[in-house]
Design a protein around this ligand. Structure first.
Ligand SMILES: O=c1[nH]c(=O)c2[nH]c(=O)[nH]c2[nH]1
Length: 320
């Protein structure tokens, strides 16, 4: 959040603003080899939004209890919901940009806005078309609990204009298991090592991926044809995990990042956070594709973080 004069941070806002907009503009994206996703009807364009504001003018509300310039968080919620009806675009980032700009225009005494949203996914149910075929319904949708995209933006008033000072799009809470075809060996062995080397382990990972565009307009305006949908990022992660026999999670996320940056030249950076949640083996399978029994791993868990930029594509490494 914005730092005031003297380095102080000050903000307030509203969380869990649930906004179920219907019939937003459809989004179309280019196909990539790793995914069947080519866009979204946006018949249900739903979000859980978190919104906060900051500004020098708000200092007396904290120090003196003077509410004269306080926009009630209840009014913020109303502003977000009503402005969502006016949004003509087709991306989460576009909606956040629209709300932020309108808010700073309406309340000129405020200096900065931080806004983030989780897309609430609804999938069309598949219904019988009557002649033996099946097709997605255009009116009935099923609330999905699956992973979904999200975005965060920070906007700041600078002179007469409003500038985007931070933006990030993300896909969190991915959980993927590969039953065999992963290894972990060759690590440091010393007096503290008890972990055996593994040449074919079942690998269960938790994963969060976030990305930043070179030019945020490609996220804000889906009609420029350069939007990066979380659904395709997800499918790239699936494909790389499926294809690669990796020696560690560290190298697996590097390979995912490499593929994402290669497929989407409009991205400047991609970031990963992963957890190792590999199941504990109870009954070892006799062969890779025979019966094994596993149970939830005991804490603690391992984790990895990695940030990649376009410079990583220049370096000659054995990637596809
Ligand atoms: O992919 C892995 N990376 C590690 O750094 C590590 N450490 C560990 O105990 N298991 C694993 N697995």
């Amino acid at each position: 959040m914005l730092k005031l004069r003297g380095g102080r941070t000050l903000y307030y806002g509203k969380g869990d603003v649930l906004s179920y907009r219907t019939f937003a503009s459809p989004l179309a994206v280019s196909a990539i080899p790793e995914s069947t996703y080519t866009g979204c009807s946006n018949v249900i364009f739903a979000h859980n939004i978190k919104f906060s504001v900051s500004g020098e003018s708000l200092l007396p509300s904290f120090t003196e209890g003077d509410n004269a310039l306080v926009v009630a968080t209840d009014s913020m919620k109303n502003f977000i919901l009503r402005q969502t009806a006016e949004y003509e675009g087709n991306t989460t980032e576009g909606l956040l940009a629209f709300i932020s700009e309108k808010f700073l225009e309406r309340y000129p005494h405020l200096d900065a806005v931080e806004i983030s949203a989780d897309r609430i996914p609804f999938d069309a149910v598949v219904v019988s078309g009557g002649e033996g075929g099946f097709a997605p319904s255009e009116v009935v949708y099923r609330r999905s609990r699956n992973e979904h995209g999200s975005a965060t933006m920070k906007w700041q008033r600078i002179g007469d204009s409003t500038e985007l000072v931070f933006h990030e799009s993300a896909l969190s809470h991915i959980q993927l298991i590969k039953v065999h075809g992963s290894s972990f060996f060759g690590f440091v062995r010393d007096e503290y090592t008890t972990l055996p080397e593994s040449f074919d382990r079942p690998l269960f990972i938790f994963l969060s991926i976030s990305w930043t565009y070179e030019d945020a307009s490609n996220a804000i305006n889906g009609d420029r044809g350069r939007y990066v949908p979380a659904e395709q990022v997800h499918d790239i992660a699936h494909t790389v995990f499926h294809e690669a026999n990796t020696p560690s999670i560290q190298h697996l996320i590097y390979k995912m990042g490499h593929r994402i940056l290669k497929l989407f030249p409009q991205l400047a950076e991609v970031r990963f956070e992963s957890n190792n949640r590999t199941w504990e083996t109870v009954v070892e399978p006799a062969a890779p594709d025979s019966a094994g029994v596993y149970t939830e791993p005991r804490p603690p868990y391992g984790f990895q973080g990695f940030t990649m930029t376009r410079d990583d594509l220049q370096e000659q490494r054995s990637e596809t």
